[in-house]
Design a protein around this ligand. Structure first.
Ligand code: HEM
Ligand code: HEM
Length: 180
């Protein structure tokens, strides 16, 4: 199976409508909860559960979705990561149509953190854990970690767009990667 498209393809359909809707709705919910909605209020819990539900749906889509959405096509196995890192070290920038292995690693980290916020958020509402400070701290720490990784993720999307000469952010909107 070829991970890297070494031909001179300039235009590739990559993200299906579900992936794009998933991404930008998830971004909205996470941003609302990090910066706008009041912590712990009903709107915060709804927005948090929508984010959690989206991630669960994305996991299902990772098995049944379109070619580049499926985990099998980009799961960051050690051998894929190793091959990618050694290519990067020699200054190559393999043109990957879907996620490259490092981007995929970030994707799983972001989705894992959102799921953990859903679980710890739910636990905060249980009688057994009601007003437990340690749980609130964990929820807050996960949220801060997510905020930091999101910053790195957005920065990487912009920097790698320049390096790889393809507007990755636009591709996540239109679904099409166009190399310049
Ligand atoms: C994208 C998902 C989420 C993000 C980014 C997020 C973020 C945050 C942040 C930053 C706080 C403040 C924590 C602190 O005081 O240190 C907080 C508090 C809280 N969150 Fe979330 N949250 C998310 C999902 C959820 C979900 C799904 C629930 C479900 C009920 C939830 C329930 C709460 C509650 C009850 C508090 C208030 C804790 C307290 O101060 O009593 N959150 N959240
Ligand atoms: C709360 C903030 C964010 C979260 C939780 C998040 C999460 C994710 C996830 C889970 C994916 C994988 C998409 C999939 O295959 O389904 C992804 C991809 C992507 N995100 Fe974000 N994202 C966030 C913010 C942003 C922002 C602000 C930008 C724009 C600068 C951005 C640009 C991208 C791009 C370009 C991709 C595709 C990367 C590639 O081509 O491999 N994201 N994001």
């Amino acid at each position: 199976m070829s991970m890297f498209n070494q031909t001179d393809t300039r235009r590739e359909k990559v993200w299906d409508p579900f992936v794009r809707m998933f991404h930008w709705t998830l971004v909205s919910c996470v941003m609302l909860n990090l910066f706008i909605l009041e912590e712990g209020k009903l709107a915060h819990r709804w927005s948090g559960y929508i984010a959690t539900g989206l991630v669960l749906a994305r996991i299902v889509w990772g098995f049944i979705g379109s070619k580049h959405a499926r985990f099998a096509s980009f799961f960051p196995t050690p051998s894929r990561l190793g091959a990618h890192l050694s290519a990067v070290k020699t200054g190559e920038h393999p043109q990957v149509i879907g996620h490259n292995p490092l981007g995929a690693l970030m994707m799983f980290a972001l989705m894992g953190l959102v799921l953990s916020l859903g679980v710890t958020g739910y636990m905060m509402g249980m009688d057994a854990y009601y007003e437990e400070d340690w749980l609130i701290d964990i929820h807050g720490t996960i949220a801060n970690t997510l905020m930091a990784l999101v910053g790195l993720h957005a920065l990487a999307a912009i920097v790698m767009s320049r390096v790889e000469r393809v507007n990755l952010v636009r591709a996540m909107i239109t679904g099409v990667k166009e190399w310049r």
